[in-house]
Design a protein around this ligand. Structure first.
Ligand SMILES: Cc1ncc(COP(=O)(O)O)c(C=O)c1O
Length: 384
C-alpha cells in the first residue's frame, strides 16, 4: 500500500457496494427537501410525496420493461429474495424448491426457512464455470417442484446463467422462476416482460444508488403473500411507510445505468476496461482467473474479475484474512486508472508481498462514473 495521503484511493469493491452517483444524491436531496411527507397522507404534503413515489415506480417500470403494478419496493436484494421465495411459497401448497449450488446467502437463508416449513429444497449442480447443469436440471423440474430460484450474475466468480434457456425449461414444466438479478441490473439491458421469468430481485446500492432500497418485480398473476403486514402499502404486499427519497434515488440510478448502456449499443463500457485490466494482470503471473474466461469467449459479468492469487511456491493464498485494499497513488489517479498495465503492476507488487488482493469496482475510471472492475480473490469463498 502506498503511504501517500494526498491521492484518492482507487475503489475496487463495487460488487459489494458502489459509491452513489452525484445525480442520485441530488435527486434524493431534492425529495428530502420537497416531498418528505408520508405518501399515504391525504393532505397536499402527502400527495406530493405519493406523486414522487409513483413517478419513481413508473420510471423504473418503464426502464425495466414491466408494468408499474408489478414493481414492489423493498429494502434491498436480501428482502426481495425473501419476499419472492417465502411470499410465493406461502400462497402455494408445500412442494419442491430448486436453487443452484452457487446462490447468495440470502437465497440459502430463505430456502432454509422453507425447508423448515416442509418444502423440499434441492441444489441443482453447476459445471466448472458455475453454470447450471441442464442435464441435471431437467428431471428435477418434474412434480413436486413448484418454484426455482437462480442467481443470474454470480457475485464471486462472475458467472452469468442462461436465464432464457432455464426460464424456458421452467415455463414448459409449469415451475415458477425467481431470478436474483442484483449483480446484473445496470450492466446489461433487461426487459422483464420479454424474459421467461416470474419474479426478479434487484438492489440499488450495486448500481450507484443508495443502500436500503431494492425492488421485486412480480409478474401479474403470480401468487404472492406479504411477509410484512401494515398499512396496506405496496398494494398490500409489503407494509411500511415507503422511503420516497430512496425510491427516487433507485429510479435515478437505474436511469443513469440505462443511459450508459444505450450510449454503448447495449453493452457495459466497463467490459472493455475489464478485459484490458485482466490481460495486464494475467501477464504478470501468479494470478489465476476464476469463473468464465472472456478470452475464450465465455460470458461473465462485464464489470467483474475474480482472481486466485498464489504465493511464490504456487500455493493459492487463503483469502479473507489476508485481504486488503489497494490504494492508488501517483501523479494523477485518472490517468493512472486508464493505464491498466500500471494498475496491474501495482496490484502484483502488493500480491507479491504475500497478500491476497480483493478489490472490486472502482471509484472512477476515465469518464466512466464510479464502480468498475471487480477483482476478487476467491480463495476464501467470501461473498460480495
Ligand atoms: C447476487 C447477490 N444477491 C443478493 C445480494 C443481497 O443484496 P442486498 O445487499 O441489497 O441485500 C447481493 C449483495 O451482496 C448479491 O451480490
Amino acid at each position: 500500500m502506498n503511504g501517500s495521503t494526498d491521492m484518492p484511493a482507487l475503489y475496487l469493491d463495487a460488487c459489494a457496494t458502489s459509491p452513489p452517483a452525484a445525480e442520485v444524491l441530488e435527486a434524493m436531496a431534492e425529495v428530502h427537501r420537497n416531498a418528505w411527507a408520508n405518501p399515504s397522507s391525504l393532505h397536499g404534503f402527502g400527495v406530493a410525496a405519493a406523486e414522487v413515489l409513483e413517478r419513481s415506480r413508473c420510471s423504473l417500470a418503464d426502464l425495466l420493461g414491466c408494468d408499474s403494478e408489478e414493481l414492489l419496493f423493498s429494502s434491498g436484494g436480501s428482502e426481495s429474495i425473501h419476499l419472492a421465495l417465502l411470499g410465493v411459497a406461502a400462497a402455494l401448497p408445500p412442494g419442491r424448491l430448486l436453487i443452484s449450488a452457487v446462490e447468495h446467502p440470502a437465497t440459502l437463508a430463505a430456502a432454509e426457512q422453507l425447508r423448515r416449513q416442509g418444502w423440499q429444497v434441492v441444489n441443482v449442480p453447476v459445471n466448472h464455470l458455475g453454470q447450471v447443469d441442464r442435464a441435471a436440471l431437467e428431471p428435477l423440474l418434474a412434480a413436486p417442484t413448484r418454484l426455482m430460484s437462480l442467481i443470474w450474475g454470480q457475485s464471486e466468480v462472475g458467472t452469468l446463467q442462461d436465464i432464457e434457456l432455464i426460464g424456458g425449461l421452467c415455463r414448459a414444466a409449469g415451475v415458477l422462476l425467481h431470478v436474483d438479478a442484483v449483480q446484473v441490473v445496470g450492466h446489461r439491458p433487461l426487459q422483464f416482460h420479454t424474459l421467461p421469468v416470474d419474479l426478479l430481485s434487484l438492489t440499488a446500492h450495486k448500481l450507484q444508488g443508495p443502500r436500503g432500497i431494492g425492488a421485486l418485480l412480480v409478474r401479474q398473476g403470480v401468487p404472492l403473500l406479504p411477509l410484512i403486514g401494515g398499512g396496506g402499502q405496496e398494494r398490500g404486499r409489503r407494509g411500511g411507510t415507503e422511503p420516497v427519497a430512496l425510491a427516487a434515488g433507485l429510479a435515478r440510478a437505474v436511469a443513469l445505468a440505462h443511459g450508459r448502456l444505450q450510449a454503448h449499443g447495449g453493452l457495459d463500457p466497463l467490459e472493455e476496461l475489464r478485459d484490458s485490466l485482466l490481460e495486464s494482470l494475467l501477464a504478470l503471473g501468479g494470478l489465476e482467473l476464476t469463473g468464465p474466461d472472456p478470452r475464450r469467449g465465455e460470458v461473465r459479468l462485464p464489470h467483474h474479475i475474480s482472481l486466485l492469487v498464489s504465493d511464490q511456491r504456487g500455493r493459492p493464498l487463503d483469502g479473507r484474512a489476508l485481504v486488503r485494499a489497494v490504494r492508488v497513488s501517483g501523479k494523477d489517479a485518472i490517468q493512472f486508472s486508464q493505464d491498466t498495465e500500471q494498475l496491474a503492476q501495482l496490484i502484483a507488487q502488493q500480491a507479491q508481498d504475500g497478500d491476497v488482493v480483493m478489490c472490486m469496482g472502482a471509484g472512477s475510471i476515465g469518464t466512466v462514473p464510479a464502480r468498475v472492475l471487480a477483482l476478487q480473490a476467491t480463495a476464501s469463498g467470501g461473498q460480495a
